[in-house]
Design a protein around this ligand. Sequence first.
Ligand SMILES: NC(=O)C1=CN([C@@H]2O[C@H](COP(=O)(O)OP(=O)(O)OC[C@H]3O[C@@H](n4cnc5c(N)ncnc54)[C@H](OP(=O)(O)O)[C@@H]3O)[C@@H](O)[C@H]2O)C=CC1
Length: 399
Amino acid sequence: MGSVRHGVFRRSWVHLSTSQCVSTSVSRRFCASSRQMSVMPAWVIDNYGNNDVLRFTKNASFPVINYPNEVIVKVFAAGLNPLDVSMRGGYGAATMSMQRDPLNIKQSGSEFPLILGRDVSGVIMECGLDVKYFRERDEVWAAIPSWKQGSLAEFVVLSGNEVSHKPKSLSHTEAAAIPYVATTAWSALVNTGGLSKDNCAKKRILILGGSGGVGTFAIQMLKAWGAHVTVTCSQNAEQFLRGLGADHVVDYTAGPVEEPLSAVEKFDLILDNVGGDTEHWALNLLKPWSGAKYVTLVTPFLQNTDRMGIADGMMKTAATVGSKVVKHLVKGVHYRWGFFAPSGPALDEIREMVDAGQIRPVVEETFSFSQVPQAFEKVEKGHARGKTVVQISKGGADV
Ligand SMILES: NC(=O)C1=CN([C@@H]2O[C@H](COP(=O)(O)OP(=O)(O)OC[C@H]3O[C@@H](n4cnc5c(N)ncnc54)[C@H](OP(=O)(O)O)[C@@H]3O)[C@@H](O)[C@H]2O)C=CC1
């Protein structure tokens, strides 16, 4: 656990055949387990649709380590996100089918049966040959790429560089509320927005849509880094967001938010979790010619590829984002799209903030493994105040 992650993974994406697999003691160890356990309990979907497509099975395929940098994680808790509801309905299917590893879909020839769930907190059961940073029984958390099988199952396989040691101060249920929204906020604010703990002090940040998963995490991270944070939310979320550290809260249900927001000092960065017509007025709230950025998480990228196919959809996406970047650049502000990016190293940094008491999990509601359809209904209703978490099995501090 104390070792540094840097330089640890040899990125040798070598597929281990069965014969190679039994040629070393370590690989024999992980192959033996995979042979012993060929099925596991999971919630799967066999086609896209509404909540009726969710099916519980005790016979989902047990995940297999195909690459030497992979680990198998026993899932204790799984976080749900709006993306899970969208993916249940087929959102992003074209792009994700392209990204899926053929080794993982060879049996059925399609993505089905598909396991949803993008957040995991659990314990490592098996490590591939090249995994040096983790050991069996390490407690870990991770955000799972949307093209991989998810965490609504007893086990999940992940690359070692997607996984991070779980914060010691959190139970698995609490930990499962953080990785996907945290790595999304990190990607949008740090990688795309250029913010860091060293340059954030006193910067004025506006978060459009502060009361959901991404917003509640982003507020806390930015406050820990010394930023001044303004948020928009419904009136009934105001005290909740002030409690997370928001300096200025604007109720979007009281009328057009652009009016009160235009009356205050302009912003250095806007994180847009709402989309729709926000980008028609939000960029006017940025400080022009100062490097100020607008980063939206609500993009048409996956809808374009679903509707038009990969090639045409990507061309349309590139043309759309390119024209918007140029349109706003001539006015002195930067327009960007933000995307979730799985990252164990980012979660390592977030773990330190959590264990230092700078960020707390915001679990709105918890469901048992048998209540996965109810958990989906909860997320689908919207109006989130933090995160919805499913307890898959008892473990660690949750026992
Ligand atoms: N591009 C990417 O890779 C990613 C994109 N996303 C997207 O980011 C967005 C936020 O995700 P997440 O936080 O998980 O979603 P949640 O569903 O957890 O939260 C959305 C929040 O926004 C509030 N809200 C709705 N309308 C408005 C409005 N007009 N102004 C202010 N607040 C509003 C809702 O509460 P209420 O309705 O009660 O006000 C709710 O609290 C989603 O659209 C999601 O799809 C998320 C992750 C990755």
